[in-house]
Design a protein around this ligand. Structure first.
Ligand SMILES: [Zn+2]
Length: 451
C-alpha cells in the first residue's frame, strides 16, 4: 500500500464518506494479526490456538500494559527493539523526536496510572497519524477559522512537559504536519510558574493552543481574570478529559473552538472529538471495544468496565485488544454532528487537580517530574490536608531508597515553591502505593472534598 500522507488522506476521506470502514477494518486487522504471529514471539505464543486468517477482533485474547511490559523483548516484530536498547535511547532528552534505530518514533507515557511505559512507533503509525490529523482539522475548522489561523501567523503554543519523549510533544508533529504545516510550534513547559507562563503566552499570541486539560483550565481562569490576553482560534486539551462545563468555560474565556480527542500513547489517533461532545472512533485505523469485566461486550448506552483498543497501523509493536482501563459509553444512536463513525464518551480520566487555597496544581505537572527521578518504581502523591502531601513510594530493585526519596522530595519541593506553595508539607508515607477500587493506580489523589 502507498503510505504517503496525500494517499492516506484521500483514503481516510473516502472511507468516512462511503461508510466502508467496517470492511477496511477487517482487512487491516487480518494483516496485522498475521504479521504479529509471524514476527512477534509474544503474539505467536498468545495466538497459537487461533485459526489462520483470523479477522474477528473478538476472538483475540486480551492483552495489556503489564503483560507487554513484562514480555517487552518478545513483543516487537523488529527483533532489535529491546527494552534495554529503547530505554537507553529514551533516557536521553536530547534525542526526543529523533529517529530510533533510524526508523522509529519513541513515546514514553507520563505514568498517570502507574509505572511509565515506552512505546515504539513505525513509519506507518506516524504517517497514519498525520493523515488522520488532517482529517480531524478539516472537520474542526471552517475556511474562516483557517484564514484567521493563517492571519495569526499559524503560531501554535503547546503547554506540555518538556525534556522528555512525551505524547503531547509528539502530538505537535500530529497537528504541525497537517494542514498547518510550516511553522514549528512553540513549546511552553508545564513546570514554569503560572505568572511566567501567562507572560510568555501573552507575548507569543498563539492562534492555536494545545496542552494538558487541567493546565488549560487554569489558563482559562487566568484569561477570565484578565491577566492572560490571547485570542486562539482553536483550543485543544489533551491527556486528560474534561467535563462539558470545562469545555464551555474555555470556549467562553478564549472565544475559541474547543475540541479534544480521546487517545493514548498506544494509539494517539483513536478518536476525534465533535462539536456535540462525543469522541468518534477512527474506525478505519483503530478498534474500540467497550467491555465488561469478563470482556463480554457492553451494550451501547451503558458505561463499560474497561475498553479494549486495537491500533491497526503500528506493526513494530502491535497493540491488539489492549486493555486501556477506561470506562467508556458508546452512543446508541447516530450523532447529530453527522459523522457516521461510532461515537463514545469517556467516564474515567477526570483530571485530579490538587487545590491549595486558590492555587491549583495539575497532576501531570507532578507526574512528569517524578517520572524523571531515577529509581522510582511506583508512586502515589496523596493530599492529606489543605497544605499537606504524603508520597507513597516504591523504589526499584538496586536503587538506594533514601537517595530516591530525597530526589523526589527535593523535586516536588522545588515545584511547589515555584508556585508559591513553599508552606505545603511533604512527607513520605509508611505504606506503598495502593490500587483504587477500579484496579487502577492513581498517581495523584486530591483531598476528598467535604460533602
Ligand atoms: Zn458527533
Amino acid at each position: 500500500m502507498d503510505m504517503s500522507v496525500p494517499r492516506l488522506m484521500y483514503d481516510a476521506h473516502q472511507v468516512r464518506r462511503r461508510g466502508t470502514w467496517a470492511r477496511t477494518q477487517r482487512r487491516r486487522l487480518a494483516r496485522l494479526v498475521a504479521d504479529a504471529r509471524d514476527r512477534s514471539p509474544y503474539y505467536r505464543e498468545l495466538y497459537r490456538g487461533l485459526p489462520p486468517g483470523t479477522d474477528d477482533v473478538t476472538r483475540l485474547p486480551v492483552t495489556g500494559k503489564a503483560e507487554l511490559m513484562a514480555r517487552y523483548d518478545d513483543w516487537a516484530t523488529d527483533r532489535a527493539v529491546t527494552y534495554a536498547d529503547v530505554s537507553a535511547f529514551a533516557a536521553d532528552p536530547a534525542k526526543a523526536g529523533a529517529p530510533y534505530r533510524g526508523a522509529y518514533l519513541v513515546v514514553t507515557t507520563s505514568g498517570t496510572t502507574g509505572r511509565p511505559a515506552i512505546f515504539v512507533k513505525d513509519h506507518r503509525d506516524v504517517t497514519v497519524n498525520l493523515a488522520l490529523s488532517a482529517r480531524m482539522m478539516t472537520s474542526w475548522l471552517s475556511a474562516a477559522d483557517l484564514a484567521r489561523i493563517v492571519a495569526g501567523g499559524g503560531r501554535m503554543a503547546i503547554v506540555a512537559a518538556t525534556g522528555g519523549h512525551f505524547l503531547v510533544a509528539a502530538g505537535a508533529a500530529r497537528i504541525g504536519g497537517g494542514p498547518l504545516r510550516g511553522r514549528a510550534p512553540r513549546l511552553f513547559s508545564v513546570h514554569t510558574p503560572l505568572p511566567e507562563l501567562v507572560d510568555g503566552l501573552n507575548r507569543y499570541r498563539p492562534a492555536l493552543l494545545l496542552g494538558y486539560g487541567s493546565v488549560l483550565r487554569m489558563l482559562a481562569a487566568e484569561q477570565e481574570a484578565g491577566r492572560l490576553r490571547i485570542a486562539p482560534v482553536l483550543v485543544e486539551p489533551a491527556g486528560e478529559s474534561l467535563s462539558a462545563e470545562d469545555h464551555a468555560r474555555m470556549a467562553r474565556a478564549f472565544g475559541a473552538k474547543v475540541r479534544d480527542t480521546y487517545g493514548a500513547s498506544e494509539c494517539p489517533y483513536l478518536t476525534d472529538g465533535c462539536a456535540h461532545g462525543w469522541y468518534h472512533v477512527n474506525a478505519d485505523w483503530a478498534i474500540v471495544e467497550p467491555v465488561e469485566a469478563d470482556h463480554a461486550p457492553t451494550p451501547p448506552g451503558r458505561p463499560s468496565h474497561t475498553v479494549l483498543v486495537t491500533n491497526l497501523a503500528n506493526r513494530v509493536q502491535p497493540v491488539l485488544r489492549y486493555d486501556l482501563g477506561d470506562s467508556v459509553l458508546a452512543r446508541p444512536d447516530p450523532c447529530p454532528c453527522g459523522n457516521p463513525l461510532p461515537a463514545v464518551r469517556v467516564q474515567g480520566r477526570a483530571a485530579n487537580v490538587l487545590r491549595f487555597g486558590g492555587t491549583e496544581i495539575a497532576p501531570l505537572t507532578l507526574n512528569t517530574l517524578v517520572d524523571r527521578v531515577p529509581g522510582v518504581e511506583q508512586y502515589q502523591i496523596v493530599q492529606t490536608g489543605p497544605a499537606a502531601l504524603s508520597v507513597r513510594l516504591r523504589t526499584a530493585a538496586g536503587a538506594d531508597d533514601d537517595t530516591v526519596w530525597r530526589a523526589v522530595r527535593d523535586g516536588l519541593g522545588g515545584l511547589l515553591g515555584a508556585h508559591g506553595l513553599g508552606h505545603v508539607t511533604l512527607e513520605r508515607a509508611g505504606e506503598p502505593p495502593r490500587q483504587s477500587p477500579g484496579g487502577k493506580y492513581r498517581t495523584v489523589v486530591p483531598l476528598e472534598e467535604p460533602a
